[in-house]
Design a protein around this ligand. Structure first.
Ligand code: BDP
Length: 687
């Protein structure tokens, strides 16, 4: 086991489970003619059943007892019959939903995988195989709650991956379009098994070349492979592309020559990729060009691109992760800038523009409150942007299950009548995929890809149900394994929060690598790049005051939230220092002072990391050697990392607060200077 098969391992089942599966699949019947998508579904059933049962059943044209039947109303007249209850049920499942059902068809007892489209059949086949692999065989009916479920690859054309910790990019642009790696098909299978239906192939920090003819041909080759799996290809577009390719004299979105250039470019792309999804754009952020360079708004820029793709039914996903480049407007609190720029534009975007908003207002921290734009732009469809790759949570070394992070954001009540999930039209996840054999860099990071896909399909799914399912599919359905693995997953992210940024602290990672601790950094050219800007610790206290007497970022939330969080006593402890600057002797609910509580959280982070390690070593007898060892090595490293974070942060905060360590708290192993001198040369992920 090297992890390549992900959650589609299809290992032999125990006898009792085999019998249950066998009873549902004595033969396989596809109603009607085959299509590339039904071919994919049947190939997956063959693969799955050969693996779990030892051999795949025969494919037959006629329905018999015990058949596994794949059918749509268009393929099977019985399903088109308006009097049939199945037809009524199918009508509620839309273009991508499916149902799994024991029923009688043409006088025979069958297991029906039914959908309105072939893609629905493919999703249903994956769902049935999941049931088989776990040995459940439950009836089901399911339809996605969000229409757009995308991965965003931050992959560069030279195969480096910005914030990637799983090796090179899987997209081999040099070899494409003629040489097509088998991985592309396996990638499509894995994503389709989760219901992911779109992928942005290249980095948001995009290059003009991606929109030139040779790269369009390469993207088209990928699109051809992904299409049968229901996955559309999208590209990140650099706003100044026509100017940089010397094909226009400006990139001003209101200039007719620019508009014409993009219209023609869209026509050219759609000629090669008829179902091209559209563009993702990072503009006027971190030095990227954008409409503001021409004193135009984000809406002007987005709408110009939207007009180019609209005749082809394409969309534009315009990112709200903006903060001004050097020298331009510097908000007094970086957390406020996206809202300040985008909220006034609500209602001015074209119908095929979505604004893509990161889960929090700073940047993919181990914990952030939900972004105040959710609930604040009722006239604009919003996409959630989560980061699956763990830029700020210990790369692919540290174990941190993000299902709980995603769930926490999605379930947040915006107090505008909706949870965050209910404000969404789509969800994007910054992929953690690379060409490492196990795809994600570590086996446990596969769970983050899995959880993202499941939550994009159903944002109301729970992180723990997803964890249980992933554990069973990844390590087998033995509860002696799935129970402890699920417990490890469920405690892991809070553990990282505790040893990195407890109590609402944030952005204390070292410059540019974002891996190790550096709360002392204060010398970067922009104040809001420095950790000291975010924790504001001094002799008197710690934390960022975002109340009315501070930056007043709180005002961007609904009044109920603003009121609740205005008072530290009614602010959730986990966000305390995000919103408040408090004295070191502030009394915490635990009875400790804030200083003592902070130390206790760091200690808990370390203790829980050791616990994670111990739980894994107890599983040794049940896990295959290679995967056991690869995870174990990472947990050893994570323990060192947790200790490093704890010690460095305690040494630093003590140097600032001047307070003694309470009895029982162990002093850091080294003086502060030691931690300050640590370097991370050649850290991965810089793109
Ligand atoms: C930050 C990353 C940077 C990305 C940026 C973005 O450090 O590499 O380019 O986000 O989302 O988290 O555009």
């Amino acid at each position: 086991e090297d992890g390549y098969d992900l959650w589609l391992r299809y290992r032999p089942l125990e006898r009792a489970s085999q019998q249950r599966v066998q009873a549902q699949a004595r033969s396989i019947v596809l109603a009607g003619a085959s299509s590339p998508t039904t071919d994919a579904a049947l190939a997956e059933l063959d693969k799955g059943l050969s693996g779990t049962m030892g051999r795949a059943p025969a494919h037959t044209a006629r329905i018999g007892d015990g058949a596994l039947l794949l059918a749509t109303p268009a393929r099977l007249p019985a399903l088109a019959d308006t009097a049939s209850p199945l037809r009524t049920e199918l009508a509620t499942l839309g273009d991508e939903g499916y149902l799994l059902r024991q029923t009688r068809m043409q006088g025979h007892q069958v297991t029906l995988i039914a959908a309105n489209t072939d893609i629905g059949l493919l999703y249903g086949a994956f769902a049935w195989l999941r049931e088989a692999a776990i040995g459940n065989m439950r009836a089901a009916s399911s339809a996605p709650k969000l229409q757009l479920r995308l991965l965003n690859h931050w992959d560069n054309l030279d195969r480096t991956v910005e914030r990637g910790y799983a090796g090179q990019s899987i997209w081999d642009w040099w070899a494409l379009p003629d040489i097509k790696d088998q991985r592309y098909t396996d990638y499509a299978r894995a994503n389709a098994s989760l219901g992911i239906n779109g992928t942005v192939l290249n980095n948001v920090n995009s290059k003009p070349e991606i929109l030139t003819a040779p790269f369009i041909a390469k993207a088209a080759a990928v699109a051809d492979i992904l299409r049968p799996y229901g996955i559309k290809v999208y590209l990140s577009a650099r706003f100044s592309t026509p100017l940089e390719l010397h094909e226009t004299s400006t990139a001003d979105p209101l200039a007719p020559e620019v508009q014409q250039w993009w219209n023609k470019k869209a026509d050219e792309i759609y000629k090669s990729i008829p179902d091209f999804g559209g563009f993702l754009v990072k503009a006027n952020s971190e030095g990227q060009p954008g409409p503001q360079d021409y004193h135009r708004t984000h809406a002007d820029g987005a709408n110009m691109l939207a007009a180019a793709v609209a005749p082809h039914k394409g969309i534009v996903m315009w990112r709200a992760f903006v903060y001004a480049p050097k020298g331009a407007h510097l908000a007094d609190d970086r957390a406020k800038q996206a809202y300040e720029e985008f909220k006034p534009l609500d209602g001015t975007f074209a119908a095929n523009v979505l604004v893509q908003v990161k889960n929090g207002a700073i940047d993919f921290q181990p914990r952030e409150p939900f972004h105040p734009l959710f609930g604040a732009m009722p006239k604009t469809p919003l996409m959630m942007e989560f980061q699956i790759t763990k830029e700020y949570l210990g790369y692919s070394t540290d174990l941190a299950y993000l299902g709980t992070l995603f769930e926490e954001t999605l379930d947040s009540d915006t107090r505008t009548g909706k949870t965050v999930a209910q404000t969404l039209s789509g969800m994007a996840g910054v992929a953690n995929i690379g060409s490492d054999r196990n795809w994600a860099g570590s086996h446990f990071d596969q769970a983050n890809w899995y959880a993202f896909g499941k939550l994009a399909w159903n944002p109301q799914a729970t992180a723990s149900d997803i964890a249980i399912e992933w554990a069973a599919l990844t390590f087998g359905p033995d509860q002696r394994v799935t129970t402890p693995v699920t417990e490890m997953l469920m405690m892991s992210r809070e553990t990282v929060v505790n040893y990195m940024t407890p109590l609402g602290l944030h952005h204390m990672m070292g410059t540019s690598h974002h891996f190790g601790p550096a709360p002392w950094v204060d010398n970067l050219e922009r104040p809001d790049w420095n950790p000291v800007y975010y924790h504001r610790a001094d002799r008197n206290g710690i934390g960022f005051n975002r109340t009315a007497i501070g930056s007043n970022a709180l005002e961007q939330y609904a009044p109920e939230i603003a009121r609740q969080y205005a008072d530290p006593h009614t602010t959730p402890q986990q966000l305390l220092l995000w919103f408040h600057h408090l004295p070191w002797d502030y009394a915490m609910p635990s009875g400790r002072t804030l200083w003592a509580e902070l130390l206790a959280r760091y200690d808990k982070g370390v203790a829980d990391t050791k616990l994670l390690h111990a739980r894994w070593t107890a599983l040794k007898p049940f896990i295959d050697t290679r995967r056991y060892t690869e995870v174990e090595q990472r947990l050893v490293r994570q323990t060192q990392n947790a200790i490093l974070w704890r010690d460095a942060c305690i040494a630093y905060f003590q140097s600032v607060s001047g307070l003694p360590l309470p009895p029982g708290v162990q002093a850091p192993a080294h003086p502060l200077e030691y931690y300050k001198a640590l370097r991370y040369p050649y850290a991965p992920g810089r793109g």
